[in-house]
Design a protein around this ligand. Structure first.
Ligand code: GLU
Length: 370
């Protein structure tokens, strides 16, 4: 099976370093060549979505901002002026192929808040039905630290999950996944295919500080986790040369992450893709076994509660060794949870003043980590 040609709905993410040169100028010939590849997909009736970075890189020069790291407010200002130019460039380049572009700017809140998420999803579905190519970026101008993805890798994975895409390609200056950072270890092995995100793989990505490129390998693996849980295959692929999409379609080098588990229901896909869990529940070995068998999480099996979450917020579940085993929506706030952990449901009323549900996370609101 050809993983690009046979995808029905394809999300392509473009890193800033590909689209914008050192001087802050758009690399037009490269963009035109990529748009030819996208047009070829559309001509085969594939749906295509672009997630594009570059607003900050393009905009900073127009505001006369100096080289080097920008403060958040400067990034927001740079994005405001760069985004117009970025969207315009995509619109022009795709219009040559008679494709209509639709700009969609999202923040983390638009994916983590269920109501806003459904709204964004409906808009994207409508655009795709009408034949447009959504061109998406983070709404950097309004996204402050707390409500920011900060990297378009996870944003792209969240979008892929939102619209149930079957393929996601992250193009950047990294050509794929290695067993170690190839710049530091010449013996690092290239990994062409991944079917399971193991702890060793995540460790090989290093810490975010040492990550290569803007998003780095860490955010790409986080993106892979979201995509795989949604049943979407994902590639980390080199984007420097012209026609990068055609290149991987023709078997060019890249790393493919392939989902093994059955795709989850729509609600569970959303839970699995939660980018910002508000807290952590640590469970004992018995509870972990019950979760693995598809059970709910009962307060009796929880040994620690961390974070400031409200009822309905996404939380991470860890085993006693600290390994993330699941995520789900808490049926109690952190304060309430602290009062009832280790206890039987018969005690809840006396502890809380009301009789809530028996589960801390109901099985319908719970997803095991891939
Ligand atoms: N949203 C940012 C921009 O357009 C880029 C984020 C990233 O590099 O992943 O400039």
């Amino acid at each position: 099976m050809n993983r690009i040609a046979q995808s029905r709905r394809l999300v392509v993410k473009i890193g800033s370093a590909l689209l914008v040169d050192e001087a802050g100028e758009l690399r037009r010939p490269w963009l035109d060549a990529l748009c030819e590849d996208i047009a070829a997909c559309r001509a085969r009736s594939q749906e295509a979505v672009v997630v594009t970075s570059g607003a900050i890189a393009i905009g900073r020069r127009h505001l006369g901002l100096a080289d080097g790291e920008l403060r958040l407010d400067e990034k927001q200002a740079a994005a405001a002026t760069g985004q117009i130019r970025l969207a315009h460039a995509w619109q022009e380049a795709l219009a040559r192929h008679r494709l209509t572009v639709a700009q969609v700017l999202l923040t983390l809140d638009d994916s983590e808040n269920r109501r806003r998420y459904l709204n964004a999803r409906n808009t994207l579905e409508t655009l795709l039905r009408l034949g447009a190519v959504p061109v998406i970026n983070e709404n950097d101008t309004v996204a402050t630290q707390e409500i920011r993805f900060g990297d378009n890798d996870r944003l792209a994975a969240r979008v892929a999950q939102m619209i149930a895409a079957d393929a996601l390609v992250l193009f950047s200056d990294i050509d794929g996944l290695y067993s170690a950072d190839p710049r530091l270890e010449p013996a690092a092995r290239f990994i062409p295919e991944v079917r399971e995100l193991t702890q060793e793989l995540e460790a090989s990505a290093g810490d975010p500080g040492s990550g290569f490129g803007s998003g780095g390998m860490v955010t790409k693996l986080q993106a892979a986790r979201i995509a795989l849980a949604a049943g979407c295959r994902m590639a980390i692929a080199p984007g420097r040369d012209e026609h990068p999409l055609a290149a991987i379609e023709q078997g060019g080098r890249c790393t493919w992450f392939l989902p093994s588990q059955e795709p989850l229901t729509a609600r569970k896909r959303w839970i699995a893709g939660a980018v910002q869990p508000q807290g952590t529940l640590t469970v004992d070995a018995g509870a972990r076994r019950a979760l693995a068998k598809g059970g709910s999480l009962l307060p009796a099996g929880v040994i620690a509660v961390e974070g400031e979450f409200q009822k309905g917020d996404a939380v991470l579940v860890r085993d006693p060794e600290g390994k993330a085993v699941a995520r789900g929506l808490a049926a109690y706030s952190a304060d309430e949870a602290k009062r009832i952990i280790g206890r039987k449901s018969g005690d809840f009323e006396a502890l809380l003043g009301y009789r809530g549900r028996d589960e801390l996370i109901h099985r319908d609101d719970l997803v095991l980590e891939p």
